[in-house]
Structures are given as structure tokens and as C-alpha cells.
Design a protein around this ligand. Sequence first.
Ligand SMILES: Cc1cc2nc3c(=O)[nH]c(=O)nc-3n(C[C@H](O)[C@H](O)[C@H](O)COP(=O)(O)OP(=O)(O)OC[C@H]3O[C@@H](n4cnc5c(N)ncnc54)[C@H](O)[C@@H]3O)c2cc1C
Length: 325
Amino acid sequence: MFAFYLLQMKVIDHINQSKDTLISFEILPPLKGKGIQSLYQHLDPLMEFKPSFINVTYHRSEHVFKKNPDESFQKVIVRKRPGTESICAAIMNHYSVDTVPHLICGGFNVNETEDALINLHYLGIDNVLVLRGDAAKNETAFLPESGGHKYASDLLKQVVDLNSGIYLEEELKNTSQTKFCIGVAGYPEKHFEAPNMESDLHYLKMKVDMGADYIVTQMFFDNEKFYAFVKSCRDIGITVPIIPGLKPVYTKKQLTMLPKVFHIDLPLALSTEIMKCKTDDDVEKVGTEWLLEQSRELKKFGVPVLHYYTLGRPNIIADVVKELV
Ligand SMILES: Cc1cc2nc3c(=O)[nH]c(=O)nc-3n(C[C@H](O)[C@H](O)[C@H](O)COP(=O)(O)OP(=O)(O)OC[C@H]3O[C@@H](n4cnc5c(N)ncnc54)[C@H](O)[C@@H]3O)c2cc1C
């Protein structure tokens, strides 16, 4: 006899059924070779906060050059963090918590995407965060896979179609409909490729009009930017929930790395405090305090969910969240 304890829920149902601000986490699959236990060690200290869902990022393959014994180089394809879909299933099984796999356009053709969605459907995973993905490491701009999607909105259409039972083979009859709840990305400080905020918001609205259920934002460190973003979204008729993405600062190096990689600003008050720090332990204290203040304010503002990027520092997230509950 099988016992199945998890009542799977969509992110949008978690939000609609709660009067309070919820908590959720984002994790990365472990580096290849590490094993799933390393992930459980990362998540264990966070599970006491009863996250409503856990997102698992997707990492496409990279081309790297490997040195041969004769000193020549060989181009090989490596996938450093495989396993997004199966990790989602494993986490659901291990902790009885809903999971949200990230799905990207890069590196997939539409048939592979359909297969991935069918696998998720079979696994009982009804949530996806639909993204374009960034350019591959060796490319300067994003290039879609041959026969793949160019924008997140194209991928979103494929998920929406599957939710209506429309598969790529149109002649299939009496098809099963998937029931994915779809999240998309939004950028309070504008996506770096967008010529201006208006254009970026136009395409964000397009994703929502096409069927996205909610938006999760890129990290930001100045809540005023988030509030302005929410207002701009509401002004152009985006009504779906907007979930803030939050990350702690814990090293001095991040002062330059975060703006470079994620195209975001750190407020002067935060960067000034970090510059005064003598060690990264001091930076961690400043970063933790900043994240706590940000979280408290956002909760007061009434955000539906506080979504934490936990990469490498679950202890900081735990320190912050325990002060909120
Ligand atoms: C919450 C979150 C989670 C993420 N997780 C991952 C992950 O797991 N793996 C990963 O590889 N990356 C991830 N990313 C990074 C993301 O893939 C990149 O930021 C990527 O560059 C853009 O993705 P998008 O889904 O916002 O793209 P899109 O919505 O396609 O937008 C990309 C750019 O094109 C513009 N645009 C959109 N549609 C059109 C159109 N039809 N015509 C012309 N211009 C258009 C937009 O304004 C924007 O400038 C994540 C980002 C966020 C915010």
C-alpha cells in the first residue's frame, strides 16, 4: 500500500490561499560529483521555516577547452550542475514540499522542451519558472538553439499550449492536458539587454497576457526600486502577484561582482558600510542586517512571498527568516 502525504499545490494557489507573506527559497543543483546529500545539508537548516515552495535553477551545458597530453586543446561539452527535474522530484519526496523547476530556452529545441515538460507532468510537478536563459559562456549574446525558442514568451506559449492539450504532433487525439502554474522573471532595474524600462515592461506584460500566473524579480538591494517597479507594472495593467527575489551580500568581492554579473546597483548606504568592513565576516554581518531590514519592509508593504536566493549561505537566510516569523 502506498502512502502519499504531499498535497501538491501550485504557487498561485499557495499565494491565493494565504493572508500572510509566505517564504520560499531558490537553490542550485549540486556540482556534478557532489551527490544529493550535499543539497539536503544545505536545505535542512531552512526547512523549519516551512517554505511554501523551493525553486531549483537550470544550468545549461558549457563548452570548455581541455588540454590533451600532447599540449593541444580539445573542445568538450560539460554540464556542471545537471539534474534540475529529478532534484525537484527528490526534494518533494524528501521534505514533502512543492518545487518549481526553472526551464530555459537556451540549449533546447522544442521537442526536447516538450519531453522535459512531459517528464515534469508525469512526476506530478505542476509549477515551472519559464526563462530565456543567458548567453552560453563562450558566446557574447544569447543564441537560441536550432529549432529552439528565442524568448521566454515563446517557451511560455509552448507550456500554455500543453496546458490546453496541444502537443507538437498536432495529429495526436484525446491528449492529456498538463496543468502547469507558470512564473516568469521581472527586473526592477531593467533587463540589461532592454533599451529602456518601457520596452522591458511591455514584454513582461506580454508574458503575463499570454498566461504567466506570477512574476519573480531579479535580486535588488533597494526596496524603493521594487516599489517603483510594482507601480509601473500596475500602471500598465499587470495584475498578477509580484514576488521579490532577495539575496544577502557576504563578501567584499560582491560589491563589484553583483553589478557586473546581474546588472543591478548596490545602494550607497550599503556599499559604504561594506567598504568599512575589515573582514568578510564583518561584511556578512552588514549583509545580514541589510537583508533583514529589506525583508521587514517588504513584508510590511504586503508582498505575497519573500523569495530568497540561498546559494552557498543558508545560515544567513535562516538568521534573517527566524527574525521574521
Ligand atoms: C528569478 C530569476 C531566475 C532565474 N533563473 C535562471 C536559471 O535557472 N537559469 C538560467 O540560465 N538563467 C536564469 N535566470 C537568468 C535569466 O535567464 C536571464 O536574466 C535572461 O537574460 C533573461 O531571461 P528572461 O526569461 O527574463 O527573458 P525574456 O523575457 O525573453 O527577455 C529577454 C530580453 O528580451 C526582451 N524581450 C522579451 N521578449 C521579447 C520579444 N518578443 N521581442 C523583443 N525583445 C523581447 C526583454 O525586454 C529582455 O531584455 C533567472 C533570472 C531571474 C530573474
